[in-house]
Structure formats: structure tokens, C-alpha cells
Design a protein around this ligand. Structure first.
Ligand code: HEM
Length: 253
């Protein structure tokens, strides 16, 4: 069914300007170039995970569409027709509403107007009635995951080995009652504590193992990290992963 797409006259095709306007949707910007500024505004602003610019989030305006009439059935050639210049356009562009127009004659195979086979991010799709051809722009999936490359020997499995090795990962004797003021003092990579769900953990040993990176984890050093943790990955079983790093309980005072 190549008679439909490639032979559209230039005036009937969307111009590059108009097609780009399709995708220039106003996706709300959650973060700006300068991450520090965001941090100042909200220290619990989660990292860009999940994707900010997913296709679902974009609220692109409806793409301009134009209608195509069904191809005219093959006619028996007359002498006059032989003299006509060959038309490379076997379709009729219809301005008027389709109204009661019949659907196109059935084809043995359903036409597939998707001209995208990887690479290109534009595709054509046909609506249910088969009367309207719409150009849609698919935004390429932008992956903005903040997973970092961990140094060798710091995989999840390595962390599991370390926590079951019996090595002291708490750095304190006994179960502590930790005040907010005390928690605040432990805010350096060598001595970092953080509170999650009312429990205080020594996060220093976990820093090089954290899939999100040391910097992200250090954002909650010396303070309550529950909100940021839950916003980022509530599915992570912190209690289990960090049980050997448990320092004590967070208390008021
Ligand atoms: C002790 C507390 C934490 C533990 C045990 C922990 C653990 C983990 C684990 C297991 C993953 C991998 C998750 C997955 O692949 O599905 C992960 C990823 C990540 N974590 Fe944490 N995390 C902690 C705290 C934080 C905090 C406070 C932040 C702050 C922003 C953070 C940011 C991230 C990020 C950005 C990723 C990468 C997500 C991705 O793209 O896959 N984590 N963390």
C-alpha cells in the first residue's frame, strides 16, 4: 500500500516547523540546570527517578491531521486517459467532512502506515475508520536514571556478604538513644548517620555500595532521610539491608 504515504504532495505534508511544534510540549520542569538551587528550595526533592519526560507526562497538543479518501477502484482505460500525464498521487485529499462516505474497499492485508523502524521518531498512524491519516510524533524515551557505576567489589551481593560477615558496621557499642542534635553531628562520609522511620543507621559502610551513588546517600547524612528515601525507592527493604548498621532509635530532646 505504498500509494498512500510516499506520494503525498509537499503541500500536504507537515512542515518540519509544524511537526516540531507538535512535540514542543510544556513538560513541567521539576529541576533546573543548577541542582544546588533545588536543594536549597527543598532538600527532600527526589532525584529524577522515575522518568520526568515520559510520553505519558507530555501534554502535546493534538497533531494536525488531514483526511484521505479511499483509492478509486481501477477503471478501464480510455483512449483519452492514455494521454494524461501519469499521476503519482493515487489519493484524493478531502477538505470537506467525510460524512456518510463509505470506508475504503477492503484490502487483503491491513495497511501499516508505521514508517518507523527504529531510528526515526516520527510515525504515521491510521484511525479506526480508516478515513483519516494522522501524523504523530513519538518522543524518544529519555532515560534519566541516576544509577552510578559501582567500584568493583561493591555490588549488592558484596554488601550481603559484608553484612553477614560479622564485621562491626555500627561503630557503637549497644543500642543508642540518639537525639536530633546528636544525629546532626554525624554528617561526614567517614562518620555518617541517618534516620529512617525513627531508627538511626550508620550509613558510612554502605556509601560505596549504594546504587544511587555516594552523593545521593550523603544528602541525608546527619538528618532524617525517611522522606527522600520513600520518594526515591520505597520498595527497597532498608530494615533488612541496613540491620547490621543499626545504631539505635531517634528520640526527641
Ligand atoms: C540507607 C538508605 C538507602 C538504601 C539502603 C538505598 C538502597 C538503594 C538500592 C538497593 C537501590 C537500587 C534500587 C533499584 O535498583 O531498584 C538504590 C538506588 C538509588 N537510590 Fe538509594 N538507598 C538509600 C538511600 C537513598 C537516598 C537517601 C537517596 C536520595 C536521593 C537515594 C537515591 C537513590 C537513587 C537515585 C538510586 C538510583 C535509582 C535507579 O535509577 O535505579 N537512596 N538505593
Amino acid at each position: 500500500m505504498s500509494w498512500l504515504v510516499p506520494s503525498l504532495p509537499t503541500w500536504a505534508r507537515a512542515t518540519p516547523a509544524s511537526s516540531s511544534s507538535i512535540v514542543t510540549s510544556s513538560v513541567p520542569q521539576i529541576s533546573n540546570e543548577n541542582g544546588d538551587q533545588d536543594q536549597e528550595e527543598d532538600i527532600d526533592a527526589p532525584p529524577p527517578f522515575p522518568l520526568l519526560e515520559s510520553h505519558q507526562r507530555s501534554s502535546a497538543p493534538a497533531a494536525p491531521s488531514f483526511s484521505l479518501a479511499p483509492p478509486s477502484p481501477p477503471k478501464s482505460k480510455s483512449v483519452d486517459e492514455d494521454d494524461e500525464p501519469p499521476s503519482d498521487l493515487n489519493i484524493a485529499i478531502v477538505d470537506a467532512p467525510l460524512g456518510n462516505m463509505q470506508p475504503p474497499p477492503s484490502t487483503t492485508k491491513k495497511p501499516n502506515f508505521g514508517i518507523q523502524k527504529g531510528g526515526e521518531d516520527t510515525s504515521l498512524s491510521i484511525n479506526v475508520n480508516g478515513n483519516k491519516l494522522e501524523e504523530t510524533k513519538k518522543e524518544p524515551a529519555k532515560k534519566k536514571r541516576a544509577k552510578v557505576a559501582l567500584t568493583p567489589g561493591h555490588s549488592a551481593l558484596d554488601w550481603a556478604r559484608l553484612t553477614s560477615s560479622g564485621e562491626d558496621l555500627r561503630g557503637v557499642q549497644g543500642f543508642q538513644r540518639v537525639t536530633l542534635a546528636e544525629l546532626k553531628e554525624h554528617n561526614t562520609p567517614d562518620d555518617a548517620w541517618s534516620a529512617f522511620n525513627g531508627m538511626v543507621y550508620n550509613i558510612t559502610p554502605y556509601l560505596p555500595f549504594h546504587p544511587g551513588g555516594e552523593d545521593e546517600l550523603m544528602r541525608v547524612a546527619g538528618r532524617d532521610g525517611t522522606k527522600l528515601f520513600m520518594l526515591t525507592h520505597s520498595w527497597v527493604n532498608l530494615d533488612f539491608m541496613m540491620k547490621e548498621c543499626l545504631v539505635g532509635v531517634l528520640v526527641r530532646g
